[in-house]
Design a protein around this ligand. Structure first.
Ligand SMILES: [Zn+2]
Length: 307
């Protein structure tokens, strides 16, 4: 089965400064590795340009103007303590959003069955009116709105298995029952949100908080309630906020997954997607900060998507 890999070179020019964990090497190791697979089942596509009106669905107009005026001509500009813009960030942030739009179009046109977007910066911490946690535009939120607007879908599910709670995605869809937002994450932890009692306007948010030190089997068992919720919701499309920082080697959190757990997890999501939405899945890279762990985990994730 064919899997689209959507990427761009512009991520290289999003410079976050020396020693920043969200660095260009992350995507470079992933792309190099996937290229080395030389698989006929991988369809490589560049992120395309998109109509900026879709950004406005997920973000506040004033916020978008602020961001637009914040790309520096030279040097670095701090949107906050950890979210940094360089001159090349304008194209990189735009292409990260463009990648999920390209991926969705490819799945809808049946160019490939599903897709993985290998891009940066990540997006799930970006709120409607606020940059946060390395994230400028909420890539996956724009993707979900794109499905609702362009393809007239009425039920889109987002599963966020990044080790951090996707406060931004939750913020954007908290009052929108067309989107089910599900997140498993270390808790209590950065960014602070993601308690089990944050449920959205119509139970359209499901948070699965996990204590530090959670092991593979506990993590995977926690997905039973997620799958139950998905079956009740019956999504027409599933988007994945694929952060690989719940890996045991990740320096930014303390959940103890092995690389192969991302295969098992993806496989289980795939079989549900087959049952619920003709296997329509688009996955986009969020976190993952140990380069070896990230490379291996993405390998398992994408191999599962290809099967
Ligand atoms: Zn993360």
């Amino acid at each position: 089965m064919k899997t689209g890999i959507i990427t761009t070179n512009t991520y290289l020019k999003h410079d976050t400064g020396q020693g920043h964990p969200e660095r260009a090497d992350r995507v470079t190791v992933v792309i190099k590795h996937l290229k080395r697979l030389k698989s006929k089942n991988l369809v490589w596509k560049k992120a395309k340009k998109f109509n900026p009106k879709y950004l406005l669905l997920a973000h506040d107009k004033d916020y978008l103007n602020d961001v637009k005026n914040s790309f520096p001509k030279q040097g670095l500009n701090f949107l906050n303590g950890d979210t940094i813009l360089s001159p090349g960030s304008k194209e990189a942030t735009s292409d990260a959003v463009g990648s999920i739009i390209t991926a969705i179009d490819g799945v809808m046109k049946k160019d490939f069955r599903n897709a993985f977007c290998a891009v940066r910066p990540p997006g799930h911490h970006a709120e409607k009116k606020k940059a946060m946690g390395f994230c400028v535009y909420n890539n996956i939120a724009v993707g979900a709105y794109y499905l609702l607007e362009k393809y007239n879908l009425s039920k889109v599910a987002i599963i966020d298995f990044d080790v951090h709670h996707g406060n931004g995605t939750q913020d954007i869809f908290y009052n929108n029952e067309k989107v089910l937002y599900i997140s498993s994450h270390q808790y209590p932890y950065y960014p602070g949100s993601g308690a089990a009692n944050e449920k959205g306007i119509k139970d359209n948010v499901l948070n699965i908080p996990l204590v530090a030190g959670t092991k593979s089997h506990e993590f995977l068992n926690a997905y039973d309630s997620i799958f139950k919720k998905l079956k009740e919701f019956k999504p027409e499309f599933i988007l994945l906020s694929s952060g690989f920082d719940a890996h045991k080697d990740d320096p930014l959190a303390q959940i103890d997954l092995e690389s192969k757990d991302f295969y098992t997890l993806t496989k289980r999501i795939m079989s549900l997607a087959e049952e619920l939405c003709k296997a329509k899945i688009v996955s986009i890279l969020e976190g993952g900060y140990d380069l070896d762990a990230l490379k291996e985990s993405v390998d398992f994730h994408v191999k599962s998507l290809m099967e």
